[in-house]
Design a protein around this ligand. Structure first.
Ligand SMILES: Cc1cc2nc3c(=O)[nH]c(=O)nc-3n(C[C@H](O)[C@H](O)[C@H](O)COP(=O)(O)OP(=O)(O)OC[C@H]3O[C@@H](n4cnc5c(N)ncnc54)[C@H](O)[C@@H]3O)c2cc1C
Length: 316
């Protein structure tokens, strides 16, 4: 049995941010992820200035695809305007690999199946044991399943279902488009161009809202493809989208059960207006690490509920 102080399950932004902070403070930890990195992740890859600061990302030394946006073309129903802003884009396959290489000496590829609590320690698959357990395994996190189903049986935040595709489009328009609440969608669709001709297009919506109207995401994906062709943004591409679901932030999620702490999508922290999940995941991972380091309460201080104040430059 391999013993450590903190076991982190999941090496997405939440788990690797937590690991990085523990490493900086000299705490013994292991990070388990079922995938070998770099691994793909369904995500548009939009990040805010706050994310850049939280993970110390310097564009001059960042090795992956990186872009800046000074404006978004926004449509809300029939209202059209240009939103002046300062935002960034990365590719998740590269960003997650970059985050995790900072803690790669403590990373083990392992698919976690069974977790139990015994004599004050968490035992994972009979192979790893730790005093603290971080659940960073995303929407279907095994830590959430093992220790939080009784305390928080039904997740109360809205469940977002989203699908996207990222591909290279020669001569892609560099302007980012966001289409909110169109054709009855309780959510939004996007055209998100990155550098080197990479574009990400996608659509996401609230599952309960869709169901209530007898609607489905597939219809909105088809409408998006039509729109992309109508706006002359994409031509002649054969689409093969990927889908995933995640929770928006609920009013009072249970953050901790004993020495097991949930972070990121495992907790359901995406912002209520834009479904931004990377920033809240990273911040919660850092907060969980700080709580362990200082023996203090794990809180969601600094984990944003809304993205618009950042988009509008109201919050620095
Ligand atoms: C289509 C789509 C577009 C999105 N676009 C954006 C965007 O542009 N900007 C933004 O901020 N957010 C976006 N999000 C949300 C964002 O992707 C998530 O909120 C974010 O990835 C959550 O990070 P995480 O570290 O909590 O989980 P994840 O990134 O899901 O990482 C979880 C990790 O846990 C590992 N894991 C899972 N189960 C096990 C197990 N049993 N054993 C071992 N390892 C395990 C997985 O392999 C994975 O590496 C989008 C989401 C979707 C679906």
């Amino acid at each position: 049995m391999i013993a450590t102080e903190v076991l982190i399950i999941g090496g997405g932004p939440a788990g690797s941010a937590c690991a990085w902070r523990l490493k900086q403070r000299g705490i013994d930890f292991l990070l388990l992820d079922k995938e070998e990195f770099p691994r793909p992740k369904t995500c548009a890859g939009w990040i805010t200035p706050r994310v850049m600061r939280d993970v110390d990302l310097d564009p001059a030394t960042y090795p992956g695809n990186f872009s800046r946006f000074n404006e978004f073309k926004v449509e809300i129903g029939r209202l059209r305007f240009t939103l002046r802003t300062r935002q960034y884009a990365i590719r998740r396959i590269e960003f997650d690999a970059w985050l995790i290489q900072r803690v790669s000496e403590n990373l083990v590829q392992h698919h976690v199946k069974e977790i139990r609590y015994e004599d004050g320690r968490y035992i994972v698959d009979g192979e790893y044991s730790a005093r603290f357990l971080i659940g960073a395994g995303g929407t279907h996190c095994p830590v959430k399943r093992a220790f939080f189903s009784n305390v928080n049986p039904a997740q109360t935040g809205s469940l977002i279902v989203a699908q996207e595709e990222e591909f290279v489009q020669p001569n892609a328009s560099p302007i980012c488009h966001l289409w909110f609440l169109q054709d009855g969608l309780p959510g939004y669709a996007w055209y998100f161009p990155k550098s080197d001709g990479v574009v990400n297009v996608g659509v996401g919506g609230d599952t309960a809202g869709l169901k209530k109207k007898g609607d489905n995401l597939k219809r909105h994906w088809d409408l998006l493809i039509e729109k992309l062709e109508r706006y002359d943004l994409i031509r002649g591409h054969e689409f093969h989208p990927y889908g995933h679901s995640y929770y928006l932030r609920s009013p009072s999620p249970t953050l901790r059960s004993g020495n097991a702490l949930l972070v990121g999508d495992a907790l359901g922290l995406a912002t209520l207006d834009m479904g931004e999940g990377i920033g809240p995941s990273i911040r919660s991972g850092i907060n969980a690490a700080e709580a362990i380091i200082h023996g203090s309460t794990y809180t969601l201080d600094g984990v944003t509920r809304y993205s618009f104040p950042d988009l509008l430059g109201w919050r620095r």
